[in-house]
Design a binder for this molecule. Structure first.
Ligand code: ATP
Length: 583
């Protein structure tokens, strides 16, 4: 229960509600405990002596107790819901914030489906435990101890039955719990698997259709769904044993109490009302034991969820801010890679980049070219410090990027990632995403440079056109251009384009390059490309081969000095990829 206890701190802001709920419950239990005594009084003193006034008076007291108990119960539920919902909302918010704070390296290891399950189902499980605790955590021990004491007070001799019934029912319930609780951890895992299939499918639905794999995906989903169902049924089947076991024991108890109680009534040692009251207390005792077992089961289910939540909350961002992080007020934009090594495991096994050294002077455009998997994206991701180097260093204006504050670094480095993700909302909002205070003129200027203005104005609503689920669907090339406009609108003085014109036709791409060249003043650019046409005008081209810089120079220089470059050039010439400005 360690993880659950730790998450309990999220209840602190709601302590008033959390305290009121059990108080109300205590009142309800007190009322419940009064009832059998009142029944006993009515039978033994009222009915036995035909004392109608006493019967009516006791009946009225019973009604009053029931009404008070009912309101107390309602109050308890109400306060428990207030506290529980507040707790759940705060926990979800913290979890979401934590996910936002994680680095690329952390996110590589957490799959989206599992994060969704943790944010939704796991939080709900823990929240339910909290509400249950507030409602019945007090009720169970109070009712258990209270009814035991009252039972003993009512008939010490009949109470000997407790000595048999309690161990029997406790042992049976404990066995059920031991078998059931591991099954619920499995339920969460199966739910993860289902959410992963679901999430992959929803985001990749077009690929599924393109490959006509709908049936395969349906089967995959049905498998995951069936496994979840089977797991739930297995757990529930075991759990379903609880009630029959309890009822059997309870009925044995009642029969035994009637048997022995009846004999004592015959012998004049006990009154009928006492037997009835004792049976009530016996039932309350056994029912509260059952509730305790359910509570334990819920706890172990909640603990499994709490552990999964904790795993995310306790993740340490792979990228740690420097203790005295420097804020770069202005940059010249000189980027230097000094003998950089990089590996995704962070421990230098199997490096993706080795011995990478180069300089991008302020205002220069440096292009990075190479086969897929050569390490181009990995290289540029080191500049905004999405990952840390394993050896060497990356500097901006002589400052190691690890010594800069994240805010300042990301403020100066704008990156258009390989995959252009737009958010639902207007095109304007998307372009302003990195700098919400950008003026409309800035937005238009950025869109013009990214060669997006014309097609945006082609939409009836222009910049207010809504993209995303309920808006227009943009082509891959249009999305890429909006993503480029988004990074240009930030006004960042270091611009990184990671293969971000791959879906744009060669002519448009050339126009983007030209517009960027015209506005290059004060901006250093790193451009990752597959096509030589993208890099023709670059001040420097790095040819990356298997994580190393195989050659470096301008287009002209490389044509003569680098066989790899010449090979790429010639293959693209043959395929007609180089149509504009090629030599
Ligand atoms: N998040 C990651 N975790 C682990 N390995 C990765 C990750 N991203 C890339 N790699 C590996 O690093 C190597 C370089 O990948 P990278 O994406 O940098 O290549 P690239 O040159 O940009 O390729 P492309 O042109 O296809 O985008 C590849 O072997 C790839 O499998």
């Amino acid at each position: 229960m360690r993880a659950l206890r730790k998450l309990g701190s999220f209840l602190k802001p709601y302590w008033r509600w959390a305290a009121l709920a059990p108080l109300m419950m205590a009142l309800e239990v007190a009322m419940d405990l009064m009832q059998p005594r009142l029944v006993q009084r009515m039978v033994d003193q009222g009915i036995a002596h035909s004392d109608m006034a006493l019967v009516l008076h006791t009946g009225a007291l019973q009604v009053a107790c029931a009404v008070i108990g009912m309101f107390a119960g309602m109050g308890c539920t109400y306060f428990a819901v207030l506290a529980g919902q507040g707790f759940g909302a705060d926990l979800r918010e913290r979890l979401f914030g934590k996910i936002q704070s994680l680095s690329f390296g952390n996110l590589d290891h957490l799959d989206t489906g599992s994060l969704i399950t943790r944010l939704t189902n796991d939080v709900t499980q823990v929240q339910e435990v909290v509400m249950m605790v507030l409602r019945i955590m007090v009720r169970v021990p109070l009712l258990l101890v209270g009814s035991l004491i009252m039972g003993v007070l009512t008939s010490p001799r009949l109470s000997l039955l407790f000595l048999i019934l309690i161990p029997v029912i406790s042992a049976a319930l404990a066995a059920i719990i031991r078998k059931t609780s591991p099954l619920y951890s499995q339920v969460q895992k199966r739910l993860d698997a289902l959410n992963t299939v679901l999430q992959e499918n929803l985001s990749g639905v077009r690929v599924v259709k393109a490959f006509a794999r709908s049936q395969h995906e349906e089967r995959r989903f049905a498998d995951a769904n069936d496994q979840l169902m089977t797991q739930n049924i297995t757990a529930a089947r075991l759990g379903a044993l609880t009630m029959p076991v309890v009822m059997l024991t309870l009925n044995f108890g009642v029969v035994a109490a009637l048997w022995f109680g009846g004999a004592q009534v015959d012998a004049g040692q006990l009154r009928i009302g006492q037997v009835i009251a004792f049976i009530n207390y016996l039932m309350q005792t056994l029912v509260s034991l059952t509730m305790a077992s359910m509570l334990i089961l819920r706890f172990s289910r909640g603990e499994a969820s709490a552990l999964r939540i904790e795993e995310v909350l306790d993740s340490v961002p792979a990228i740690q801010p420097a203790p005295n992080a420097i804020t770069l007020a202005q940059t010249r934009g000189r980027i230097v890679f000094e003998d950089v090594r990089f590996a995704y495991d962070g421990q230098d096994h199997d490096p993706v980049l080795t011995g990478v050294s180069f300089t991008a002077e302020p205002g220069q455009t440096v292009a990075i070219l190479g086969a897929t998997g050569a390490g181009k994206s990995s290289l540029v991701n080191l500049v905004p410090r999405f990952y840390d180097v394993a050896g060497g260093r990356v500097t901006i204006d002589g400052q190691d990027v690890r010594s800069l504050s994240e805010k300042s670094l990301r403020g100066h480095v704008g990156i258009a990632l390989q995959e252009s993700v737009l958010f639902s909302g207007s095109i304007r909002d998307n372009i302003k995403y990195g700098r919400p205070e950008a003026s409309d003129d800035d937005v238009v200027a950025a869109a013009k440079m990214a060669q997006a203005h014309d097609f945006i104005m082609g939409f009836p609503e222009g910049y207010d056109t809504v993209v995303g689920q309920r808006g227009v669907n943009l082509s891959g090339g249009q999305k890429q251009r909006i993503a480029i406009a988004r990074v240009l609108a930030t006004g960042a003085d270091i611009l990184i384009l990671d293969d971000s014109t791959s879906a744009v036709d060669v002519q448009t791409e050339a126009r983007i390059q030209q517009a960027l060249a015209e506005h290059r003043e004060g901006r250093t650019s790193l451009v990752v490309a597959q096509r030589i046409s993208t890099v023709l005008g670059a001040d420097k081209i790095l040819v990356l081969d298997d994580g190393r810089i195989a050659a470096e120079g301008t287009h002209r220089e490389l044509l003569t000095s680098s066989p790899i470059y010449r090979e790429i050039y010639e293959s693209q010439m043959e395929n007609g990829v180089i149509t504009d400005g090629g030599e």
